[in-house]
Design a protein around this ligand. Sequence first.
Ligand code: RIB
Ligand code: CA
Length: 315
Amino acid sequence: MDSVIVDTDTASDDAQALVLACLTDRLSVEAVTVVAGNVRFDREVENAKYALSLAGAADTPVYEGARGPLLKEFEHAQEVHGEGGLGGDLFPKTGIDSAAGFAPDEIAARCRAAPGKVTLLCLGPLTNVALALARDPTLPELVEEVWVMGGAVNCQGNVTPAAEFNFWVDPDAAKRVVDAFDVTLVDWGLSVRAAVFTDADFERVGTMDTDLAEFFLDSMSAARTHETGDIDSVVQPDGLAAALLAYPPLRERVATYPVTVDERAGLTRGYTSVDVAGVTGEDAHTRVVEAADGDAFIDVLLAMLRDSDPDGALP
Ligand code: RIB
Ligand code: CA
């Protein structure tokens, strides 16, 4: 069972990924670190604590990290997730204290204390991980795996034509992390192919009389109208990243390529360069999940919301 630190800019899809990571027996979430991204930082912190409490994991330490990207200016994505990040009507106040310590310091300390044992599941901009790397340049040798939801692999981005949100917010951090670590990438393109929650799926959730189902519907209400206009479906990128980490059988095709990120401001800010044809001659060390079992992923989410048992959806 992987010992996991979840780094998150907790809004609607992050929250579902956090619940999944806590409820599956395949992962052991030892800490949550919060990074600037989707919505106002203090709301992200409360959202993370609320999601953990819904998953029965309220005692999981939540460390506060970077309140902005390394260098760039950025905007939140409230239009996607609703004000506060959980649909626009949910503003939890858990009363739970954050753990003492700065998230990047904690990431580095925990990886140093357990070499080869800690996996990072990164669901937001990579600022905290880049800062942890700056604190301990040996981190790539200490960490077990680094799974990243981010980037747009040879496809249209979701915040500009060139870039996906997490990599656009902090392209400097994304470049440093992708260049330094052997990252496994779950990108926006894969999410659109394998992690779309349709109107029919929402209807199934509507028949479940559970707290998690109610939370899902509330927290997804804004994304449901924003993401695809009036078509009732929502992409679940962070949940997909968590599910692919937890359940290897869902990974249908994984390939390793030279990948880097454009950190420059302007048109191609946050662009993910993926050298599929090997024309750059660069070192291929980034694993890209190119295909995933989307049906199984949706079944995992539905089992989680219905039974609090995502593992029950799989043989
Ligand atoms: O582009 C999608 C990613 O950006 C997801 O992680 C979402 O939560 C936002 O952080
Ligand atoms: Ca996120």
